[in-house]
Design a protein. Structure first.
Length: 88
């Protein structure tokens, strides 16, 4: 299964961001394979729902090159170079 990542300004901003509540949302996307559009993480990024000593949920994006895979009117979706780790 290919993991997708919606780009945000926060992605490049820092490696520890507290998550707001997240809801599942289905979106219609179109294929947008374009090897020219990539996001490169030089180290893993971790988002937690609280400070690290109290966090109960989190997501870890592995380092590597994320290549554009799909898009819709609001977002670009990138495939991850390795599985994204989640603790729910």
């Amino acid at each position: 299964m290919v993991a997708a990542l919606a780009t945000t300004a926060a992605l490049a901003a820092c490696s520890l961001i507290h998550l707001d509540p997240v809801t599942a949302e289905e979106r219609a996307v179109t294929s947008a394979a374009d090897a020219q559009k990539t996001v490169t993480l030089h180290e893993p990024i971790v988002w937690l729902n609280a400070p690290a000593d109290r966090a109960s949920k989190g997501i870890r994006l592995p380092q590597g090159v994320y290549v554009l895979e799909a898009e819709d009117a609001d977002y670009w979706y990138f495939s991850a170079p390795a599985p994204i780790e989640m603790r729910l």
